[in-house]
Design a protein around this ligand. Structure first.
Ligand SMILES: O=C(O)C1=C[C@@H](OP(=O)(O)O)[C@@H](O)[C@H](O)C1
Ligand SMILES: C=C(OP(=O)(O)O)C(=O)O
Length: 431
């Protein structure tokens, strides 16, 4: 499927949805399940393209991974049993696969070569290569090892103390995964909390890991043991429907079984701050992760300021938050989000271009944007820049435009939300 024309909705959104499994947690479950000895079962696994790239990478090491719908069964004898892949590992469009796998590869005494699609080849890898080289792994890649394609010779790592220079869970996770097999202790410190799924899951798999005041320590003493992982719904996917319900007049929608880890719930704080009704029920914790149902009730929105420590808690939701801001009274300012320029595309430029074409008033800045509301969005033609989050944001924008929205290419949505349009139909009966 390539371009698509979407018409506005004419009735409020209502009902319940269960969005697919969390992308970050699905990647980590496959990684740790493959590194662990024994059997790991994963339920509610995200079958999006990105997570499949992580599965395929471990299959190339000889790990048995059986898939039945959204359930996976991994059987492994641990990293000692891995075979050296005969062909390069392909990471597709997935930054998480690339950065976390470089941490894994750094710890394996094997030669591997890795590559990605054009978008991934333009994303910086030096942020993980630099600390992993300090631990003793060897990397050779484009621009002195800053970009894929890359060759890795790992093994015999030693622990390091590493202060994160960027607010990135991918970098933190890569160093911790290296630390899993390094001699001595590896310590990562972060000034601002970033998503902590790696820490939660490493603990659940039996790793020797501790965490206090932004200091995470891991030692390699213990072998990981296979476990059962149930993946919560992805709050980053739910965010599209939370926002849809927040901007379509008269809507009330419940997102069931959504991941509510505090390091990911910035979208809820912002929607509340802008005036949306948000109620949480059935909250419970499993494997260190919090799950719950989120009910959104549409209410008049007002502009806000989004900056500082909340940014890593909602970084992937900023495209759809920008859409919400076009419907808010007054001005919304997004700052401290320069990382948006290093995602699947430059998301500051892509958001500005897409929403401006639909009739919004946005000024891009070096590290964010200023959005003036309220704008009656007109509709029109817009480009998704091969970026799943931009494509879904534009699709949700079409709910409230006066005319049609034509998106150039929606195929990227498969990266994180394979049944997105089926779910759109469930709550809008639109197509
Ligand atoms: O660790 C992860 O699973 C992710 C971390 C974030 O990236 P950074 O680590 O680059 O901030 C996020 O944008 C990405 O979608 C997933
Ligand atoms: C940035 C994203 O993912 P990744 O870094 O894994 O490509 C995302 O899913 O929005």
């Amino acid at each position: 499927m390539k371009d698509v024309a979407l018409r506005p909705v004419t009735t409020p959104l209502s009902g319940e949805l269960r969005v697919p499994g969390d992308k970050s947690i699905s990647h980590r479950a496959v990684i740790l399940g493959s590194l662990a000895k024994g059997t790991t079962t994963i339920t509610n696994f995200l079958t999006g393209e990105d997570c499949i790239r992580t599965v395929e990478a471990f299959r190339q090491f000889g790990v048995s991974i059986k898939q039945d719908g959204t359930s996976l069964q991994i059987t492994s004898d641990g990293p000692e049993s891995f075979t050296e892949p005969a062909i390069p590992l392909y990471f597709g469009n997935s930054g998480t696969t690339a950065r976390l796998m470089l941490g894994v590869l750094a710890g394996l005494p094997l030669f591997t070569s890795v590559y990605g699609d054009a978008s991934l080849a333009s994303r910086p890898m030096d942020r993980v290569v630099a600390p992993l080289k300090n631990m003793g792994a060897r990397f050779d890649g484009r621009s002195g090892g800053s970009y894929l394609p890359m060759a890795v010779k790992g093994g015999h790592l030693k622990g390091i103390h590493y202060q994160l220079p960027v607010k990135s869970a991918q970098v933190k996770s890569a160093v911790l995964l290296g630390g899993l097999s390094a001699d001595g202790m590896t310590e990562v410190t972060e000034e601002t909390p970033t998503r902590n799924h790696s820490e939660n899951m490493l603990r659940a798999f039996g790793a020797d890991i501790s965490e206090a005041n932004g200091r995470i320590r891991i030692t390699s003493q213990k072998a990981l043991k296979g476990i059962d992982v149930h993946v919560p719904g992805d709050i980053s996917s739910a965010a599209f429907f939370m926002t849809a319900a927040a901007i379509v007049p008269g809507s009330q929608l419940t997102l069931k079984n959504t991941g509510l880890n505090h390091t990911r719930t910035g979208i809820i704080d912002v929607l509340r701050d802008m005036g949306t009704g948000v109620a949480i029920s059935n909250q419970h914790t499993m494997g260190g992760e919090t799950f719950g149902d989120v009910t959104i009730t549409q209410q008049k929105l007002k502009g806000t300021v989004i900056d500082g420590d909340i940014i890593p808690r909602l970084i992937d939701e900023l495209p759809v938050i920008a859409l919400a801001a076009t419907q808010a009274e007054g001005q919304t300012v997004i700052r401290d989000a320069k990382e948006l320029r290093l995602k699947e595309t430059d998301r500051i430029d892509a958001i500005t271009d897409g929403l401006t074409r639909l009739g919004a008033q946005i000024t891009p800045t070096d590290d964010g944007m200023i959005i003036k509301g309220v704008s009656q969005l007109t509709g029109g033609k817009a480009a998704a820049y091969n970026d799943h989050r931009i494509a879904m944001m534009l699709a949700v924008a079409s709910f409230i435009t006066r005319g049609e929205v034509v998106i150039d290419d929606i195929s990227s949505i498969d990266i994180s939300y394979p049944n997105f349009f089926r779910d759109v139909q469930t709550i809008t009966r639109k197509w």
